[in-house]
Design a binder for this molecule. Structure first.
Ligand code: ADP
Ligand code: MG
Length: 231
């Protein structure tokens, strides 16, 4: 069944099984929910409950065993490899707990990395990267390398990098998991601003304080949704 194209995403009866040493691990079991455009959702649940599995499916990094995933009006299962790469590159912004910056590159060069992947290195887009570095508060750190930055600053670089292609859909797996509480608040403030710009955000967290800053929390247990509450 086709989803409402005004939704940012629609997840319908999604399941994911992994084969492991002859056993089947049912990491995600028949999960369904709609994501209205502009929503800000935290995915919570104990370790092993399927949070990362779900986020990987939402990020088109993996395929479900069964069920449907509509991104905007598009059926992700019907996309070929090129369309999947383009979707990941242009429509989805990823932020990870471990930042995943390139240690040899400066702040600005790290933010420019998506331009190299897409082969579109125009002066206008490089200017956009510089503007994004300023936007996340790193104007005085442009030439620094990751090792010269605090964890919070590194996560700001990662967030700026995720914004280069102006995605409307952002996915974050424990984005504040390595940060102290003050830095966590700063990163959450940045995410709140991005959500206010009508970007849809789904983040995984096990911290109730972080979840409280989102509009809606979905709890997973053993691969199933056990609650879905809007604040
Ligand atoms: P969470 O992020 O909530 O900790 P995961 O989504 O990482 O949970 O894992 C859900 C379940 O799937 C766990 O039982 C985990 O061991 C299993 N799992 C995750 N990835 C794989 C994999 N690549 N192969 C086999 N089992 C996996
Ligand atoms: Mg995980």
């Amino acid at each position: 069944m086709q989803a409402d194209p005004s939704l940012a995403a629609s997840i319908q009866n999604l399941s994911k099984n992994y084969a492991l040493a002859g056993e089947t691990v049912r990491a995600l079991r028949d999960v369904s929910f709609d994501v209205p455009s502009g929503d800000y959702i935290s995915i919570m649940g104990p370790s092993g409950s399927g949070k990362s599995t779900l986020l990987n499916l939402l990020g088109c990094l993996d395929q479900p065993s069964s069920g449907n995933y509509w991104l905007g009006g598009d059926d992700v299962a019907a996309m070929n490899d090129d369309e999947l790469s383009e979707t990941r590159a242009l429509r989805i912004g990823f932020v990870f707990q471990s930042y995943n910056l390139l240690s040899a590159l400066t702040v600005v060069e790290n933010i420019e990395v998506p331009l190299y992947y897409s082969g579109r290195i125009t002066p206008k887009l490089r200017k956009r990267c510089l503007d994004l570095a300023k936007r996340v508060g790193l104007e005085s750190r442009l030439g620094h390398r990751p090792a010269q930055l605090s964890g919070g600053q590194q996560q700001r670089v990662a967030i700026a990098r995720s914004l280069v292609n102006d995605p409307r859909f952002m996915l974050a797996d424990e984005p504040t998991g390595n940060l102290d509480s003050k830095t966590t608040d700063e990163i959450l403030e940045l995410l709140r601003e991005l959500n206010e710009e009508e970007r849809t955000i789904i983040l995984v967290t096990h911290e109730p304080d972080v979840a409280e800053q989102t509009k809606r929390s979905i709890f997973l247990h053993d691969g199933s949704i056990v609650s879905d509450e809007r604040r």
